[in-house]
Design a protein around this ligand. Structure first.
Ligand SMILES: [Zn+2]
Ligand SMILES: [Zn+2]
Length: 220
């Protein structure tokens, strides 16, 4: 059993009995860096987008990137002409990190569906196009996370924020992945494949959660 699972110690108040397991004779608290959502009870922000609070937390993942970008480039978190800045960003998505690009799209209105550009229903042409363009943005792993964590986070955030045209079982996997990824975990290729296979077999939410929060990022 790897050291990465060794979130050992006294249970914090928000940790429930079901979040504690005994492995190799030691008490292990799953994802000690995580918190339960006070509204839906899921690990934050896995309740998105059914839970409004979790949905806001997912939006906040890109919003914090946007604020940092504005602060760095314009010296203020809310400079005038934000919409113009957003248009400039989406014109050159490959020059910006994905959080900035995704937040920029949120600030633009789709001419066809009238929603936030890139987040409209599947089949809305401008949204589909923008949803493709977003992937040319840059991803930079956060300090201390395994390489590829930021990529996985980006994909799962994008699907959670625009679940249209995606099967319910995949959306479930994507949203349940978010707390683990935000906690700096990344499944091994084998773990990711095994989890996908479970999804294919119609695993329940509880079964998936046990694998994602119990096994991901652990092992040899
Ligand atoms: Zn929630
Ligand atoms: Zn649209």
């Amino acid at each position: 059993m790897s050291a990465r699972l060794a979130h050992v110690g006294p249970a914090r108040p928000e940790v429930r009995g079901s979040d504690i397991a005994v492995r190799d004779g030691r008490t292990v608290v799953y994802l000690a860096g995580m918190r339960r959502c006070g509204e839906c009870g899921q690990w934050e922000p896995a309740g998105a987008h059914g839970c409004a609070r979790c949905a806001r937390l997912v939006d906040e993942i890109v919003e914090e990137g946007w604020r940092a970008f504005l602060e760095r480039e314009f010296g203020a978190p809310e400079p005038p002409g934000e919409r113009l800045i957003a248009e400039m960003v989406v014109d050159e998505p490959d020059r910006h990190v994905w959080r900035v690009v995704d937040a920029a799209y949120d600030r633009l209105t789709c001419p066809e569906c009238g929603g936030r550009l890139s987040r409209g229903p599947a089949g809305c042409a401008p949204c589909d196009l923008a949803n493709g363009f977003r992937y040319s943005a840059i991803e930079i792993d956060r300090p201390g996370v395994p390489p590829g964590n930021e990529h996985a986070l980006r994909v799962n955030v994008a699907v959670t924020r625009r679940p249209y045209g995606i099967s319910a079982s995949e959306v479930l996997l994507r949203r349940l992945s978010l707390p683990a990824l935000l906690d700096g975990r990344l499944p091994t290729v084998e773990q990711a494949q095994a989890t996908k296979a479970l999804v294919g077999k119609g695993a329940s939410e509880a079964e998936l959660a046990a694998v994602i929060f119990g096994d991901w990022g652990s092992g040899p």
